[in-house]
Design a protein around this ligand. Structure first.
Ligand code: ADP
Ligand code: ZN
Length: 215
């Protein structure tokens, strides 16, 4: 089963993708994570995209399609969760072609709907564990007082360079301008479902499960 989690920055795509990996043995393909890994490891491509990402702009289709192609060619999985990809119509067409080449298709596109007003505080208060990726939030889920990740015990936390208000505004604009047309695109193909991303984390997971059980 192959699915896309679609939604604006801060919608909770990564959080839900992590749950699906744990619960359903699926593989998460997050282009954002791949690009950050490329940046951290100091590759040429990483250096090239770092500035673009920090501003909140989209990286070129060519680069992200290449990253996804590489994963689809090398990773065997019972299912893929596309998180943060596709973000443009060109990426959506490329994904169809890549899956088609493997004799596979998309089973569901789940749009996570969140009020725009809630997004900025979700994103600017966010940090993650440097070791396991557990997500924290300054107001709703602060880092443990003993400085140790509640999931894995590591003591190093990270904040993303683009989790500030300026970059967030640019990311939201990119979402509405380039990514939101995908909602209509997948609706017309009969693949789109929308869920309430404002609900509590477990409730959101429940709604996703319902969609997947029907897919
Ligand atoms: P979020 O969904 O929280 O905005 P991501 O981690 O998915 O963040 O992506 C962070 C940044 O990485 C984006 O703002 C963009 O610069 C780049 N990026 C990630 N995926 C794509 C993609 N599919 N196409 C273009 N740029 C991307
Ligand atoms: Zn951790």
């Amino acid at each position: 089963m192959n699915i896309i989690l679609l939604g604006p920055p801060g919608a909770g795509k990564g959080t839900q993708a992590r749950r699906l990996v744990d619960e359903r043995n699926m593989v998460q393909l997050s282009t954002g994570d791949m690009l950050r890994a490329a940046k951290d490891s100091g590759t040429e491509m990483g250096k090239l995209v770092a500035e673009v990402m920090a501003k909140g702009l989209l990286v070129t289709d060519e680069i992200v399609i290449g990253l996804i192609e590489e994963q689809l060619e090398t990773v065997e999985a019972t299912g893929f969760i596309f998180d943060g990809f596709p973000r443009t119509l060109a990426q959506a067409d490329a994904l169809n072609a890549l899956l088609g080449r493997k004799g596979q298709s998309l089973d569901a596109v789940i749009e996570m709907k969140v009020n725009d007003d809630a997004l900025v505080s979700r994103v600017t208060g966010r940090s993650t564990c440097g070791a396991c990726g557990e997500v924290y939030h300054d107001e709703t889920k602060p880092q443990p007082a003993d400085g140790k990740c509640s999931n894995c015990g590591a003591s190093e936390f990270k904040r993303r360079a683009d989790d500030n208000e300026d970059a967030f505004r640019t990311r939201l604009l990119a979402y509405y301008r380039d990514t939101s047309p995908l909602i209509g695109y997948y609706y017309a193909k009969g693949q789109h479902s929308a869920i309430d991303g404002m609900a509590a984390m477990d409730a959101v997971a429940g709604e996703i499960k319902e969609v997947l059980d029907k897919a």
